[in-house]
Design a protein around this ligand. Structure first.
Ligand code: TRP
Length: 453
């Protein structure tokens, strides 16, 4: 709507609008599709324990940092990091944009699967052999079509502006999604043979807990699920004017997000084991990328008539959750373009969205490409962005950031705990994890490049 220095920037109408948008960003395919896939791949309960530890000691402090920098700067993260940190920090802004573009390009493909499932569920056309159905849906021209449709919707919402587009949809969809998930978890508890699923999900084994592979995968998942590391929540906070307690807001967002993921696990794992899908899923070539999409419809089918409604509702909700997340991904790119070169919000949304739609095409043809892109951008680069943000806030901006946080959090002791986590705990954990992931990430880069040729 506005170029730099012309009219006032957009801002949130209410505090609830901001929180709901941040929760809307965090809660998405990451909580269901990616959480189920990563937890089933990476050690079940050990993964879950490490995930919670990382959210508490790295995720919440970093989310607070993103909120603080955003509200302090009152401009897009891409510009803010350069203005506040100095010229040397300019590349971090580009890294944010790269992550937004990269993640949304394949996120939209998966969201497309969700739309396809929702359409077929309405028409009662999801077959019993859900693994071969997933195989058909996941790649090819159908996948391309739904991917493009999803990008169109995302562009449409983002082009509408902060108050109009973002705030309204969240208000209705988020509470509905929680309700339907809780209903499903209760139903899953009635399954006769869900026991081994719960055991796998909730009973950690010590050797997996001490395994760096599990830690790295849990850390990556927490960044993706909490929307951290690429300035998405920073962008949302830059539309804040009030002086609320940003530490508390981060806590609310992180707890909601983790609650949804944990509840989704209470559905996926009992269903998976009850119907013996665990062996099927590991057999199909695409590793476990399809875990959620294969298990749940199978479960729904067992519900008989009721299942026809439940699966429709579920996939529609999942689609909305994906949309509110996709909006925040595109918003980073749009905010940077609007603040940076002064084009209109509408133009920026259409131009950026079209580019992203194009870049998503390979992922719509090949799930291995999708998985590699996720490993490089959705895991490694996000945590790299998080590490750099922690260093920027903890070592360059601490006095300013602390003063900004103090506006809503006068308790100096709590702010010292926050500063300690940002300065020492987050960087150490992230350096260890990034070092550990360097080799496999490099292989994924090679995979992407060879596919492109
Ligand atoms: N958190 C979202 C999910 O769980 C995805 C997402 C939205 C995201 N914005 C982001 C991930 C920014 C990383 C960074 O589905």
């Amino acid at each position: 709507m506005t170029g730099p220095g012309t009219a006032p920037r957009d801002s949130w109408a209410t505090r609830a609008g901001f929180i709901l948008a941040a929760v809307g960003s965090a809660v998405g395919l990451g909580n269901m599709w990616r959480f189920a896939y990563k937890a089933s791949e990476g050690g079940g309960a050990a993964f879950v324990v490490l995930y919670i530890v990382i959210v508490a000691f790295v995720g919440i402090p970093l989310m607070t940092s993103e909120f603080v920098v955003g509200r302090l700067a009152q401009e897009s993260p891409a510009r803010a990091v350069r203005r506040l940190g100095g010229r040397a920090w300019g590349p971090l802004g580009w890294l944010f944009i790269l992550c937004g573009v990269g993640i949304l390009s394949y996120y939209s493909v998966i969201a497309g699967w969700t739309m396809r499932y929702a359409f077929d569920a309405v028409r009662n056309a999801i077959p019993s052999d859900t693994s071969s159905y997933f195989g058909q849906v996941a790649t090819g021209w159908d996948a391309v079509g739904y991917h493009l449709l999803f990008m169109l919707l995302t562009i449409w919402v983002v082009a509408g502006g902060v108050k109009g587009g973002l705030e309204r949809g969240n208000l209705i969809m988020m509470p509905l999604l929680f309700l339907i998930l809780i209903g499903l978890a209760i139903w899953a508890a009635t399954l006769p043979n869900g026991g081994p699923g719960y055991a796998y999900y909730l009973r950690p084994s010590l050797d997996r807990l001490l395994d760096l592979t599990t830690l790295a995968s849990a850390a990556g998942q927490s960044f993706f699920s909490l929307s951290l590391g690429m300035g998405a929540l920073m962008t949302y906070a830059s539309y804040l004017k009030s002086k609320e307690d940003l530490g508390r807001e981060a806590m609310i967002v992180a707890l909601s997000d983790t609650g949804v993921a944990m509840t989704a696990g209470l559905i996926v794992f009992p269903v998976m084991f009850n119907f013996g899908l665990d062996s099927q899923i590991t057999q199909i070539g695409d590793s476990t990328v399809g875990a959620l999409f294969i298990t749940l419809p199978r479960g729904f089918e067992q519900l008989g008539r009721a299942g026809d409604y439940v699966d429709t509702a579920f996939f529609i909700m999942l689609f909305f959750a994906a949309l509110t997340s996709a909006i925040s991904l595109l918003e980073v790119v749009v905010a940077a373009t609007v603040d940076g070169i002064g084009v209109s919000r509408r133009r920026a949304a259409i131009g950026g969205g079209a580019l992203i739609a194009l870049l998503g095409l390979p992922a719509a043809f090949n799930t291995t490409f999708l998985g590699n892109l996720d490993a490089v951008v959705g895991q490694f680069l996000l945590m790299l962005g998080g590490l750099l943000t922690a260093i920027l806030v903890g070592y360059r901006l601490l006095p300013q950031a602390d003063a900004e946080l103090a506006k809503g959090l006068p308790h100096a002791g709590l702010r010292r705990v926050w500063a300690f986590l940002v300065r020492y705990v987050a960087p150490v954990v992230l350096i260890v994890v990034l070092g550990f992931l360097a080799k496999s990430t490099w292989n994924a880069v090679v995979g992407l490049v060879t596919f492109a040729r």
